[in-house]
Write a protein that binds this ligand. Structure first.
Ligand SMILES: [Zn+2]
Length: 64
């Protein structure tokens, strides 16, 4: 389950939110309960995608 980082556009509060694959409910700011939030690129998502690529490299045939 990925944890995304969000920033509230109303109060500039940043927070992390666990996002479920099937959950389509909008994310709200925990401080002011605004739904004007935007998702940030979090370090955890970068890490998971890079480790995924490293895992897939040998199985995919590797270098040309
Ligand atoms: Zn807010």
């Amino acid at each position: 389950m990925p944890i995304y980082e969000y920033e509230c556009k109303d109060c500039q509060y940043t927070f992390e939110q666990l996002v479920f694959q099937n959950d389509c409910s909008p994310v709200c700011c925990p401080r002011c309960h605004s739904d004007k939030v935007s998702r940030l690129m979090s370090a955890s998502s970068v890490f998971s995608s890079s480790s995924l690529g490293r895992c897939a490299a040998p199985a995919g045939g590797g270098f040309s």
